[in-house]
Write a protein of this length. Structure first.
Length: 160
């Protein structure tokens, strides 16, 4: 994989202010995808970058979810995953240290992963900051500089 963004550029994209539109929770577009519900929300950042929030939840396992923040990039890639907040239903092995991460975990894009791994956000760290998909979305909103993330309802997404 070629290097699209330096670590500094990734940090700048994550820190770019993202203003949620009025009634933003109703603007998620829902689609079914291989046994999961997916919800998509497009946001334009203050610097003009086009971001997408993807919330994917298994219909059969409430601990099987991902909350992803990506940014639109030119083809052929189209979408670069900056952050991914995962549920605790699986183990993850980090490609750098070859260590196993269990439980809830957060993936972050890095230069190293772009050059040396399959996905730009392959590196993950365990977290205790959330215990469900709604908590993961709240963490993403806080971590990625979304305006007023406290307006998120606790039951925005129903598991299962």
């Amino acid at each position: 994989m070629e290097l699209l963004f330096s670590d500094q550029e990734i940090t700048a994209l994550i820190e770019e202010r993202k203003v949620l539109p009025d009634n933003w929770s109703s603007k998620f577009k829902k689609r079914m995808n291989r046994g999961s519900n997916e919800y998509l929300l497009n946001i334009t950042g203050e610097e003009g970058n086009k971001f997408r929030v993807i919330v994917r939840m298994s219909v059969s396992d409430e601990l099987n979810f991902s909350v992803v923040l990506g940014v639109k990039v030119p083809p052929p890639k189209k979408f670069f995953r900056l952050r991914r907040y995962n549920g605790s239903n699986h183990e993850h092995i980090n490609p750098i240290e070859n260590d196993m991460v269990t439980g809830f975990h957060i993936h972050t894009a890095t230069e190293w992963c772009q050059v040396n791994s399959v996905r730009e956000e392959d590196c993950a760290e365990p977290t205790q900051r959330y215990t469900d998909v709604n908590g993961a979305l709240k963490c993403l909103f806080v971590d990625a500089n979304f305006e007023d993330p406290n307006t998120l309802q606790d039951t925005l997404f129903e598991e299962g």
